[in-house]
Design a binder for this molecule. Structure first.
Ligand code: GDP
Ligand code: GDP
Length: 436
């Protein structure tokens, strides 16, 4: 089920990013080896009452040199477009300002639920300061303090009440949902068009689960697919759509709804830092990943060309060692037909389940080859393992003491599991858990 999205909107300095960080807490995870991925986050997962949701700090979307008013307008538009519920934040110490009224005007026109948060109410004596905010017309103002973490529970209680009922939106389990991500001009729209042409089966453009996303369903053989639209594919030309953070935001939303993510690289331009950052998001989300090297027609096709490019990719994308690499040209359509079979394989592996007894045969063989390590004279004992979930395949390994299960040993077990069962195209997760 798609997670609901909450956006925080308000003029600068009311405390949006402070609250964002509070709500996200320690959930911001770190992707190994990818500098910059988690810096300046404006989109992250949070949770309240066992309901996970995604949250956007619109204040983090910068629009170059645009005047403040334009920036605020664009940020509010992003919130209106992208979210299910908007937290409109004001500063309780300063009262209503002209800028607050500007933001309010834009929000009146949206038909999204809006929850008014009055921040910087650092102690209960200050609560009277919230009453003037009733005049903004968004109902009851919620007093909060980002600095002291006050009032956030009441605020979130109200926010989650407004989440849409997603039961009818559930995806069809037999359909493979995929998206194409990559920096601007890497060839995402060209490849979508080439794919659809190849398959000769554009069914129709149907409105997706989010109002402005266009999902394209098609069939190849007996398999149903849906391509999820990503940033850069529909160029509406708004200022905010040209900003990097906004396109990342759209990519993240598409990734979220995908089973398989095709991460594109431009053969002509080579690999740049931004490619790694974008691919990192797909990995981090636990999706199946295929690396697609597009514009292969521009490369001198000598014998070793593919091998050399592959080595470069492996060196740059250490965290994606499970992802197959496909070389193709959206323009000449060369090798386009090799892509869909890879998408199917990756998707199958993403939902593959291994029976516990077969899994444990492999684990026991692995232990015999490379006995569990010890630390400070204490020896790791691996008792048994079991697969607890799919999308991505996730394993729990029961051990005497999880502290003794070093990262390198997890990695070793992962390699053994991959050797035995494949899992090409999908990340797998392994968690040690204590059992005496
Ligand atoms: P943003 O521009 O809306 O994202 O605002 P920031 O989160 O950067 O906060 C602006 C300033 O307000 C910072 O100096 C924060 O430390 C301060 N601030 C944020 N929340 C509170 C609060 O609850 N009480 C007080 N007194 N200051 C706060
Ligand atoms: P997007 O921004 O990622 O959607 O990229 P586009 O699909 O708009 O493509 C950007 C540019 O790259 C366009 O000028 C395309 O014609 C060109 N292009 C796309 N695929 C290929 C390819 O396989 N080979 C070559 N030579 N050019 C391509």
């Amino acid at each position: 089920m798609r997670k609901s999205i909450v956006a925080i909107v308000g003029r600068p300095n009311v405390g949006k990013s402070t609250i964002f960080n509070r709500l996200v807490g320690e959930r911001i995870s770190i992707v190994e080896d990818i500098p910059g991925v988690t810096r300046d986050r404006i989109y992250a997962e949070a949770e309240w009452l066992n309901t996970p949701f995604n949250i956007i700090d619109t204040g983090g979307i910068e629009l170059g040199d645009e005047p403040l008013l334009v920036q605020m307008r664009e940020q509010a538009e992003v919130a209106i477009h992208e979210s299910d519920v908007i937290i409109f934040m004001v500063n309780g110490r300063e009262g209503i300002t002209a800028a607050d009224e500007e933001v309010a005007k834009l929000l009146y026109k949206s038909n999204k639920p809006i929850v008014l948060a009055v921040n910087k109410i650092d102690n209960p004596n200050m609560k009277e300061q919230i009453y003037e905010f009733y005049s903004l017309g968004f109902g009851e103002p919620f007093p909060i303090s980002g600095t002291h973490s006050l009032g956030l529970g009441d605020l979130l209680d109200d926010v989650v009440k407004h989440f849409p009922n997603r039961e009818q939106e559930d995806k069809d389990e037999d359909t493979i949902y995929f998206s194409l991500i990559g920096r601007p001009n890497v060839g995402k729209s060209s490849l979508v068009n080439a794919l659809l042409n190849e398959e000769r089966v554009i069914v129709s453009n149907i409105a997706g689960t989010t109002r402005d996303a266009i999902d394209t369903p098609f069939k190849s053989g007996d398999q149903d697919f849906v391509i999820i639209d990503t940033a850069g594919m529909r160029k509406r030309g708004k200022i905010y759509e040209k900003t990097e953070k906004y396109s990342i935001l759209r990519a993240l939303k598409a990734i979220e709804r995908s089973d398989v993510v095709l991460t594109l690289i431009d053969a002509e331009e080579g690999i740049i830092e931004q490619d790694k950052k974008i691919a990192g998001y797909a990995h981090e989300a636990g999706k199946a990943v295929i690396i697609v090297v597009n514009k292969w027609d521009t490369i001198n096709q000598h014998d070793k060309a593919i091998k050399e490019f592959e080595e470069q990719i492996r060196a740059h994308f250490l965290f994606l060692d499970y992802a197959p690499i496909v070389f193709l040209s959206a323009q000449t359509r060369k090798r386009i037909h090799t892509l869909i079979p890879q998408v199917i394989t990756a998707s199958e592996n993403h939902v593959k389940r291994i029976e516990t007894n077969i899994l444990n045969d492999v684990i026991m063989d692995a232990l015999a080859v490379n006995p569990a390590p010890s630390k400070h004279g204490k020896k790791l004992k691996v008792l048994y393992a079991t697969q607890v979930s799919v999308k991505p395949p996730t394993f729990v390994v029961f051990v005497n003491d999880p502290e003794l299960m070093h990262f390198s040993y997890v990695r070793f077990l992962e390699n053994k599991i991959r050797e035995a069962f494949g899992f090409e195209g999908t990340p797998i997760k392994i968690f040690p858990r204590k059992r005496n």
